[in-house]
Design a protein around this ligand. Structure first.
Ligand SMILES: Nc1ncnc2c1ncn2[C@@H]1O[C@H](COP(=O)(O)OP(=O)(O)OP(=O)(O)O)[C@@H](O)[C@H]1O
Length: 594
């Protein structure tokens, strides 16, 4: 971005000409989301293009962010649709037009009659082994069989010389495949799901791209339906997404993209910071915001050190003297949170806080307060029985979401228990049961959620097997629905010895609104009065000492996002370190807690 053509604004800026493409780059806490919400209101008030079938699409990255924007809009206007990019494309491209995509034999690539939303891909070795052709391929290669689940779990679509290919995301899985396996194998594997009408989140982008590429008239339909498309967190766009947005923009929709290149942290999902930095549409206006309205001066100084030389030099909006930043050197993970809370208490910081750490593994450790991590439990359950694993995951996820009072999202999750084929037969581990009415499905989902909430305490103490059996006898039976019996086999043996509580504690919730221990990815976009950033690996401290915010890998940016969530107080927990490192901490004005 050439600084000369960039207009500097604050989050109070009101755009007079709402019919102009724009890009806003701003650092953390600048008020990007705050501005976006006001801009939507501005467009609703002043645009002449909007009516009931010509709307504003506001797209953001996660469902939690969608809910946040909906809440903050404080209006119920049919002319605004807030969604994630995946829901937007599923609703407007995949669902209505997927039937157009055919294979070389002229057959529909997806069984669209059975299509019912998009799910997370849970890799299935069973699917491969039950398919004659794929199983034969695997049997030929011993090495492949042992690492199959990891390889399948790592699959994603990526752009390669103008073509989209399905391949593992990480180099180590690519190496594990070597020349053993080609993309055709993966596509055939995916096709097994598509034949059942199951598509995964990542497939939504792939199908949308292909539909819009082949049938350019559909770009016009979408552009006519959405004369305004605004996208928050656009630094995490990927090349497929960027191309789709450009296509729609070229048909006349006003496109506004907002983000911060220094907060791009989804490289592992193909995010391309460059796509955001270089994003340019006809007559696009470029803006920057340089204030930080969230954090104290002390925190902003640390953030500026991490950001280095950049077009954005953040100034502090808040005037008061802030608290010092602390570091806690720990030998035992159990003591960390207590020390953090003691300091908070001393400073009379009694509002919200969050413990943030890079990996899911560290989150589990912090949650269980032992040095053991049981995140393999769910993998085990899935290995023993994929259908029952899915049933349990949907039910407990819905329960945990409902605990955050996000009832609509919880019901949506619970509805996944009642997936049916085109004749209304319940899929998964139900025994010959059918539900044909959508309304009945919803009322069953609500009733099941109520059952889970009412019996939460007793359920937590049960073994997973007892819970499964009681669920059948106490809940499903009253509606004449039956689960398959778990009277023997691998699932029964495992579920007998496992407590529900363990399963729930190790649930990897996709998104949480109120969790006090989160990964950095799940803390993105949020803010808290106090933040404890938990560093598990001592080597990571270098991302703080010698940050490289523009590095190809996300590490420095991850910690930048983590530190920038703090409003009043930031504390960093690190494993015991040597004197030299302590001195470097002091140089950065980070005080030792003891
Ligand atoms: N003009 C304003 N008036 C009052 N409060 C504001 C204004 N702009 C921003 N804020 C507040 O500042 C905080 C940060 O704003 P916001 O979350 O929109 O920043 P952001 O740029 O989206 O941050 P990030 O990229 O770190 O997620 C919020 O609490 C928001 O309500």
């Amino acid at each position: 971005m050439n600084r000369e053509n960039v207009i500097e604004i604050t989050s109070d800026y009101v755009m007079e000409d709402v019919d102009c493409n724009f890009k806003i780059i701003a650092g953390p806490g600048a008020g990007k989301t705050y501005w976006l919400i006001n801009h939507i209101k501005n467009v609703l008030k002043n645009s002449k293009k909007l009516h009931i079938v010509a709307k504003i699409a506001c797209i953001t990255y996660t469902n939690v962010a969608v809910e946040e924007i909906q809440d903050r809009l404080e209006i119920n206007d049919d002319r605004v649709e807030v969604s994630t990019i995946h829901s937007f494309l599923y609703k407007n491209v995949v669902k209505p037009y997927i039937y157009l995509l055919k294979d070389d034999n002229g057959e529909c690539i997806v069984n669209y009659q059975e299509l019912g939303g998009h799910d997370e891909h849970v890799p299935s070795k069973g699917k491969v082994m039950l398919n004659k052709e794929l199983c034969a391929e695997v049997k030929k290669r011993k090495r492949l069989e042992t690492s199959l689940i990891q390889i399948l779990g790592d699959l994603d679509w990526s752009f390669e010389s103008g073509k989209i290919v399905l391949e593992p995301r990480h180099d180590w899985t690519k190496r594990a495949c070597g020349k053993l396996i080609d993309t055709e194998f993966f596509t055939k594997y995916k096709r097994l799901f598509w034949d059942e009408g199951i598509i995964h989140h990542e497939d939504v982008l792939y199908f949308s791209y292909n539909i819009l590429k082949k049938y350019s008239i559909i770009r016009n339909f979408i552009s006519a339906k959405y004369p305004y498309i605004f996208i928050d967190e656009f630094q995490d766009t990927n090349p497929i997404q960027t191309q789709i947005i450009k296509w729609i923009g070229e048909q006349g929709s006003i496109i506004g993209v907002i983000g911060d290149p220094a907060q791009s942290i989804y490289k592992f999902q193909g995010a391309s910071r460059d796509d955001f930095i270089k994003f340019n549409l006809h007559n696009q206006k470029d803006y920057i915001m340089t204030q930080n309205r969230r954090s104290t001066k002390e925190i902003i100084n640390l953030l500026s050190h991490m950001r280095g030389e950049d077009i954005i030099k953040q100034s502090c909006y808040r005037k008061e003297q802030g608290k010092p930043i602390y570091y806690i050197e720990y030998e035992n993970i159990k003591e960390v949170e207590n020390i953090f809370h003691e300091i908070r208490e001393e400073f009379c910081l009694n509002k919200d806080y969050c413990v943030i750490t890079p990996s899911n593994k560290a989150v589990s450790k912090l949650k269980s307060k032992t040095n053991q991590c049981n995140s393999v439990i769910w993998d085990e359950i899935y290995k023993k029985d994929l259908d029952r694993g899915r049933l349990l995951e949907h039910i407990f996820s819905a329960q945990e979401i409902a605990k955050e009072l996000r009832y609509e999202v919880a019901i949506k999750e619970m509805l996944k228990v009642f997936k049916t084929d085109k004749d209304g037969n319940l899929k998964g581990c139900f025994r010959n049961c059918a539900i044909t009415s959508k309304l009945l499905k919803r009322s069953l989902a609500v009733a099941l959620l109520e059952y889970m909430i009412n019996n939460m305490e007793t359920n937590m103490e049960k073994s997973v097997l007892n819970f499964y059996n009681d669920l059948n006898d106490e809940f499903f039976n009253q509606f004449d629905l039956k689960l398959t019996k778990a009277s023997r086999g691998a699932f029964k043996d495992f579920a007998e010895t496992l407590q529900v509580k363990e399963l729930v504690d190790n649930l990897k919730l996709k998104e949480e609104k109120k969790a006090t221990i989160r990964t950095i990815h799940k803390a993105k976009g949020a803010e808290f009065q106090s933040v404890l950033v938990f560093i598990e690996n001592i080597n990571d401290i270098e991302y703080l000492f010698d940050p490289d915010i523009n590095h190809e890998e996300d590490n420095s940016r991850l910690y930048y996002v983590a530190f920038s969530r703090a409003e009043d107080f930031l504390c960093i927990a690190v494993p015991k370190m040597n004197k030299k490192k302590s001195e470097r901490m002091n140089k950065l004005n980070i005080k030792c807690s003891n």
